[in-house]
Write a protein that binds this ligand. Structure first.
Ligand code: HEC
Ligand code: HEC
Length: 298
């Protein structure tokens, strides 16, 4: 065998090995795909809220959550957080967050007990996170956890007051918390609905269809309607909204003008007391934005 022949045979063998390895990898990928599909299709995965992820999966998911929030928090500018703000934040926290997260000396309500992932104790969270890293998840919520987005309920200023309060929690004893609440453990939650309705949601602005589309998730419209451009449960509790921009009437009774649409979205039961579309406490600006998006659905 001369040099040329030897090189050729080495090349042939290498080629054959490459083909075999390639085939083996392809077979493995297909087998894993079939396995995963079967795992999903035959319902082998247990979705029970009491069946926690395995430790490695739990660690990985938490890492993904921490990294995602840290990345997005980097661009947030933090205002100075004053004690006055913290007091306002405490009221909002008590009205909308204690149910799930508890507070110093106060347990969660039932809704916050059986959840997976469990809503964290925020005194613990506040020790590890910056103000911006607290602000981001409150404003945007956290997918697949049950943590809601609050940006259609609270202004940024209100969210900062809540952050100011949470930053104080690590040093707060149950007695401190009781004292802040005026000693009355049964103080009814303040009606934050009126708080947010009276505060401008944001400076009155041109209707913004992109923000309106986000609001369709923020107000859970997608739970009842199929809306082009959104992903949701495809429920037909309410009529599908495809083509709504081109329809002559809203809910069969109102002429389809932008003003009427805003009125319908904010107060459907004023338009038709018997309608199954509930009043959702929609702000004027959010209704303008949603109407602008719906208008594009011709
Ligand atoms: C329906 C229950 C629920 C309500 C109400 C709720 N949360 Fe949460 N929250 C959660 C869950 C669940 C998580 C995510 C847990 C996890 O995976 O770490 C979470 C996460 C968070 C985080 C991020 C924690 C972290 O690990 O970085 C913050 C901050 C937070 N919530 C603040 C609030 C505030 C402030 C309110 C009230 C305006 C509130 N939450 C209302 C359930 C809730
Ligand atoms: C609990 C279910 C439910 C939710 C949530 C809901 N809707 Fe509706 N919606 C309905 C029902 C039911 C109707 C039909 C009302 C009627 O004809 O009286 C309706 C009607 C409408 C109509 C008129 C449709 C037509 O064919 O004329 C529009 C537009 C609309 N909804 C938009 C929204 C938006 C935007 C949101 C979120 C802010 C929302 N809906 C939230 C149930 C719901």
């Amino acid at each position: 065998m001369n040099d040329q022949e030897r090189q050729d045979s080495v090349r042939r063998i290498r080629k054959r090995i490459e083909i075999h390895v390639g085939l083996a990898i392809a077979a493995l990928v297909v087998a894993m795909g079939v396995g995963a599909a079967g795992f999903v299709y035959w319902g082998a995965y247990n979705v029970s809220a009491l069946q926690q992820h395995t430790e490695p999966v739990f660690t990985l998911l938490n890492l993904a959550l921490d990294r995602s929030i840290r990345q997005r928090a980097e661009e947030i500018e933090v205002p100075s957080l004053t004690p006055d703000m913290a007091e306002e934040g405490r009221r909002l926290y008590q009205a909308r967050c204690v149910q799930c997260h508890g507070a110093p000396g106060v347990g969660r309500d039932d809704v916050g007990k059986g959840m997976t992932p469990v809503p964290p104790n925020l005194a613990h969270t506040a020790k590890a996170k910056s103000a911006a890293e607290l602000f981001w998840p409150i404003k945007h919520g956290i997918k697949m956890t049950g943590m809601p987005s609050w940006q259609f309920k609270f202004t940024d200023e209100q969210i900062w007051t809540i952050v100011a309060f949470i930053m104080q929690m690590p040093e707060m004893s149950p007695a401190d918390y009781q004292a802040l609440r005026g000693g009355d453990a049964r103080e009814p939650p303040r009606d934050v609905t009126t708080v947010s309705a009276s505060a401008p949601a944001r400076a009155a602005a041109e209707p913004d269809p992109a923000r309106g589309k986000l609001a369709l998730y923020g107000y859970a419209c997608i739970a009842c309607h199929r809306i082009p451009g959104t992903v949701g449960p495809h429920s037909d509790v309410g009529p599908p909204l495809a083509g709504i921009g081109g329809r002559r009437y809203i809910a069969g009774v109102l002429a389809n003008t932008p003003e009427n649409m805003v009125h319908w979205l904010r107060h459907p039961t004023e338009v038709d007391p018997l309608t199954a579309m509930p009043d959702l406490d929609v702000t004027e600006q959010d209704a303008l934005d949603m109407a602008a998006y719906l208008e594009t659905l011709k």
